[in-house]
Design a protein around this ligand. Structure first.
Ligand SMILES: [Zn+2]
Length: 282
């Protein structure tokens, strides 16, 4: 599943999560605001790696509860790791490479945590197919995440046809774009607590550049044509992510039409609503 910044080798020196990988129980839980206060540079600098991982686990516990899923275990990745972050759906772990910039670290956790939520939604979708009531619950949950069923259909396919080679195809995956948007929205929402310093501004600026690049890419006819062509080819050749024939047909149509701007995708709508001055508009 989504691993970021091109995984070249396995994370070599993984550290255990809090209490040897145990997920903190509810008694130790704190609010998002209480946790975020510890990530201002002065406080962050004084925390050891294990303390940082504990705080990230608490944050993941909050995010998971909000998403209506079980928390994944947060684990560190050593400084020599070539991936910045990794959401492992099999082991239900989130690997986060710790660095000097607390907001970069927060961003990685937020991004990987969103991958976990995407994956759980994909699973919920699979369970719901053919069951009217489960499908109703699933659709409400998708909406709560700011997504549509069509987004999820594409994401479901992407998860089993994940691309981490070509730069454009990598960034233009809905799972990746959505994880970036989600993290960006969270950080901006909590700007009052987190902001007012250069390290925060740097991470926001990087994300805004990314948002701008994505907007350009999804509005570039040639890029979108390649997006569709690449997917069409792979859709014909590879495993179908556990999708039914009817779903495969729908997906084939989406990829063949090459018209994703008018396709009713929340991910595309979000990207297109981005303006450098005003960020993302709801
Ligand atoms: Zn990712």
């Amino acid at each position: 599943m989504p691993n970021d910044k091109k995984i070249v080798k396995q994370i070599p020196d993984e550290q255990p999560g809090p209490s040897g990988g145990e997920i903190l129980n509810e008694g130790q839980q704190e609010s998002v605001e209480q946790i975020l206060k510890k990530f201002v540079p002065d406080k962050y600098r004084k925390m050891g790696n294990l303390e940082v991982l504990r705080e990230l686990q608490k944050l993941e516990n909050n995010l998971a509860a909000e998403s209506g899923r079980k928390p994944y275990q947060v684990r560190g990745a050593g400084s020599s790791a070539e991936t910045i972050g990794l959401a492992d759906k099999e082991r239900q772990t989130l690997n986060v490479k710790l660095s000097y910039n607390p907001y970069g670290v927060l961003h990685t956790l937020l991004h990987e945590s969103r991958h976990a939520s995407q994956y759980e939604l994909i699973q919920e979708r699979k369970r719901a197919v053919g069951n009217h009531q489960l499908m109703g619950d699933y659709k409400k949950n998708v909406e709560k995440h700011g997504l549509t069923d069509k987004d999820l259909l594409v994401m479901s396919w992407e998860t089993d046809n994940y691309s981490n080679n070509d730069t454009n195809q990598y960034h233009m995956q809905f799972v990746e774009a959505d994880a970036e948007i989600s993290s960006y929205k969270f950080l901006v929402k909590h700007k009052g607590l987190l902001g007012g310093n250069g390290q925060f501004d740097l991470v926001i600026q990087q994300l805004e550049n990314k948002m701008n690049d994505l907007k350009d890419a999804f509005n570039d006819d040639e890029m979108v044509k390649n997006w569709s062509k690449d997917r069409q080819t792979r859709h014909g050749n590879t495993g179908q992510g556990g999708l039914s024939q009817e779903e495969q047909r729908r997906l084939g149509e989406i990829y063949a039409s090459g018209n994703i701007k008018q396709g009713g995708f929340s991910v595309i709508k979000d990207i297109n609503s981005f303006e450098r001055k005003n960020g993302l508009r709801e």
